[in-house]
Design a protein around this ligand. Structure first.
Ligand SMILES: NC(=O)c1ccc[n+]([C@@H]2O[C@H](COP(=O)([O-])OP(=O)(O)OC[C@H]3O[C@@H](n4cnc5c(N)ncnc54)[C@H](OP(=O)(O)O)[C@@H]3O)[C@@H](O)[C@H]2O)c1
Length: 280
């Protein structure tokens, strides 16, 4: 597995397994399957309500803790100086772990500055190895870095061929922050798996559309965490290190994108109000 070196010196697998929208009763089995086929990074969140399933699968796998990279996230109602530590302790307990590898502020709203102070303390105490953010757009991320001594190691954002985020890529490179794509497959929406350009490239390399998308992101240095319930697809999605897209195919995929938000635009007033209401 290829890895990425984060700005705090820690190393992270470039590809992992995401468990958003996996029912809590199915999570243990899915994560056990993922670990059995070679995934070592698992991405969960307090709001996914399946941290226990992730923890049980980790325990059952018998894999050494240091070989795993576990990410979880602080949900919006707890993004504050007052609540962040308690919320972290709840996540840690549900996961049954002594520490998490990466802890993210899930949304760029509420008191992210106060919460960040707590995340910095958790890092100093060794309860979290790396700290980062999610859904921070370039302007907010730049400001956040400007005002904080410790910069986020990573920013997890919606990124797929319809929303390639070249603007983010440059800002994050300048700031030294790793970009991780969520919804690399646009959650299967917008006909992504039937896209003619992606299908033609996939057939050229004798790979699937899913593999081409993941490869395109990885070759840009963007980390990925695809979700699937199927063990066959887990194997398919992790089998992306035995081929490379040439520069003309990289460009063809870059041209698909019209900067379409398929899942969630954090600049849309409706989305902002929806999330702010959840913070109450
Ligand atoms: N930070 C955030 O705000 C945020 C938001 C959303 C997600 N995330 C994280 O990012 C992870 C990935 O994003 P996501 O789950 O939203 O969506 P995604 O990975 O883009 O797409 C998952 C969808 O693609 C299908 N799929 C997976 N592999 C496939 C393949 N090889 N061929 C065909 N279909 C395939 C899955 O179906 P099956 O399951 O039926 O195979 C599912 O419908 C999440 O699980 C979560 O950990 C973070």
């Amino acid at each position: 597995m290829e890895t990425i070196k984060l700005n705090d010196g820690n190393t992270m697998p470039i590809l992992g397994y995401g468990v958003f929208q996996i029912d809590k009763n199915q999570t243990q089995k899915c994560v056990e399957d993922a670990l059995s086929v070679g995934y070592r990074l698992i991405d969960t969140a307090a709001i996914y309500d399946n941290e226990e399933g992730v923890g049980t699968a980790i325990k059952a796998s018998g894999i050494k803790r240091e070989e795993l990279f576990i990410t979880t996230k602080l949900w919006i109602n707890n993004i504050s100086k007052k609540n962040a530590r308690g919320a972290f302790e709840t996540s840690l307990k549900k996961l049954g772990l002594d520490y998490v590898d990466l802890y993210l502020i899930h949304q760029p709203f509420n008191d992210s500055y106060g919460a960040w102070e707590v995340l910095c303390e958790l890092k100093k105490e060794g309860l979290v190895k790396s700290i980062g953010v999610s859904n921070f757009y370039p302007d907010r991320l730049s400001e956040f870095c400007f005002h904080n001594e410790i910069k986020p190691a990573l920013n997890q954002v919606e990124c797929h061929p319809f929303l390639p985020r070249f603007d983010f890529e440059n800002t994050m490179k300048d700031l030294g922050i790793t970009m991780q794509s969520w919804a690399s497959f646009a959650e299967g929406q917008n006909g992504i798996f039937d896209n003619e350009i992606l299908k033609a490239i996939a057939s050229k390399y004798n790979k699937s559309v899913a593999q081409v998308i993941l490869r395109w992101l990885i070759q840009r240095g963007i980390a990925v965490i695809p979700k699937t319930l199927s063990k066959e697809r887990m194997i398919e999605n992790i089998s992306v290190f035995d081929f490379a897209l040439d520069s003309s195919d990289m460009e063809k995929i870059a041209e698909i994108g019209k900067n379409e938000f398929i899942i969630c635009n954090h600049r849309e007033l409706e989305t902002i109000n929806f999330l702010l209401n959840l913070a109450k």
